[in-house]
Design a protein around this ligand. Structure first.
Ligand SMILES: C[S@@+](CC[C@H](N)C(=O)[O-])C[C@H]1O[C@@H](n2cnc3c(N)ncnc32)[C@H](O)[C@@H]1O
Length: 165
């Protein structure tokens, strides 16, 4: 699966995880919706949860922008929009918080759900906190990756949401 990022460029480029992936030739960055390939779009506002059933869509696309500007309207990209199920961030800015993942965490989570754990480890290895993301989320990611579809993913997510209440 090809990794793509619609790059908005309104965050500090020195801290941007997508820019770092580009430097290591691990993802392609695109400056407009038109240039961005059609695929599964990682969108926290999407109605449908990502599941292994989305694995054959070809391209995996994240939108790298600041969380301040990441409102629903920002996700105007054509594609199959999917929200990631309950996971917690390991990056230093949002450590331990659910759902607000960096671009690299979001892409890595999708790869694990699609059964590409080694590749997820590869992209996270470029960040000194990267392995912590897979450790913190080991159980939910394994269970999501064993689901057939979005309905099953949402069922499992419910358990984690109830525990967190
Ligand atoms: C808002 S940007 C912030 C990027 C940050 N500046 C960085 O350097 O990584 C993070 C992107 O990762 C994806 N993402 C993060 N959390 C997500 C979630 N819970 N569901 C779906 N996609 C998510 C989305 O594409 C989102 O736009």
């Amino acid at each position: 699966m090809d990794l793509h990022v619609r790059y908005e460029g309104d965050d500090d480029p020195k801290k941007c995880t997508a820019k770092k992936l580009e430097r290591f030739d691990m993802a392609a960055l695109h400056g407009s919706d038109r240039e961005t390939p059609y695929g599964v779009v990682l969108n926290p506002h999407a109605d449908r949860a990502l599941s292994p059933a989305d694995a054959d869509t070809g391209a995996l696309v994240a939108l790298d922008c600041s969380w301040e500007s990441a409102g629903e309207a920002m996700f105007s990209l054509p594609g199959e929009h999917r929200a990631l199920p309950y996971l917690v961030a390991a990056n230093p800015v949002n450590f331990g918080r659910p759902m607000q993942l960096t671009t690299v965490e979001a892409i890595a989570a999708a790869l694990v759900i699609f059964g590409e754990k080694k590749r997820a480890e590869g992209i996270l290895s470029k960040f000194n906190w990267g392995h912590t993301f897979l450790e913190l989320n080991e159980e939910p990611l394994r269970r999501y990756s064993e689901c057939a579809d979005s309905t099953e993913v949402v069922e499992i997510q419910r358990e984690y949401l109830e525990r967190g209440e």
